[in-house]
Write a protein that binds this ligand. Structure first.
Ligand code: GDP
Length: 207
């Protein structure tokens, strides 16, 4: 897939304020500092499309970007879709009240957003499986939303360590999931995994 253009559309405080659900939509979520903004910018080939918030966790908004893309083998035909940057979880300095408001906003968006085709859950590949990520993913099972895992920052570790962490994470999931989700190993610095993630979205756009 080739990205022809990527532009910011709007930030919404809840799912009712999101743009009309008239295009396929793919959302990205993960723990704070997982590398979500860097990954979105890398996928879209645009340096400052997604920005890290100056006050992490304070602004909990659903950010929509309009993407126009073309398949690699047919550049004449373009497709419009939404890429969504969701507010992350796991900020240390967030009150109980803010945590609750995040949960309810995310649940409503995930459960009710009718054009949501897939949720990409970002996992920091430098670490062993973290409880907070496993809990969030198990919640997705309750909500029955399609998702894929994106392991980030693969350039930070030796390949063998990344593979070990990924395998450990997938093994942890196997305790509660019969079927494992698709997964991608990425580096925003090196561009690793870009083609694979975009190809996956292209395929969903065609279905
Ligand atoms: P966000 O809070 O999830 O949006 O995370 P950011 O994209 O702001 O990234 C958090 C930090 O990790 C920043 O210092 C990034 O430069 C760094 N980072 C993000 N992705 C990568 C990556 O793929 N490789 C490396 N080496 N650093 C990364």
């Amino acid at each position: 897939m080739q990205i022809i253009s990527a532009t910011y559309v709007k930030s919404s405080a809840n799912y009712t304020q999101c743009p009309p659900p008239d295009k396929a939509e793919y959302a990205f979520i993960g723990r704070s500092n997982v590398g979500k903004s860097s990954l979105i910018n890398m996928l879209c080939n645009k340096k400052n499309l997604a920005k890290t918030s100056a006050t992490p966790g304070k602004t909990q908004l659903i950010n929509h970007f309009l993407i126009t893309s073309a398949s690699k083998n047919n550049t004449a035909k373009t497709t419009d879709w939404y890429l969504v940057d969701l507010p992350g979880y796991g900020y240390a300095k967030v009150s109980q009240k803010q945590r609750k408001s995040w949960s309810s906003m995310i649940e409503q968006y995930i459960v009710r957003r009718e054009n949501l085709g897939n949720l990409f859950v970002l996992i920091d590949s430098r670490h062993e499986p973290q409880q907070i990520d496993l809990e969030f993913i198990n919640q997705l099972g309750v909500w029955q939303v399609p998702f894929a895992l994106v392991f980030t920052k693969a350039d930070k570790n030796k390949p063998a360590a990344t593979t070990r962490n990924v395998q450990q994470f997938l093994s942890s999931l196997q305790e509660s999931w019969e079927e494992l989700p698709p997964h991608f190993i990425t580096s925003a610095v090196k561009g690793d995994g870009r083609d694979e993630v975009l190809q996956f979205i292209d395929q969903m756009n065609k279905e």
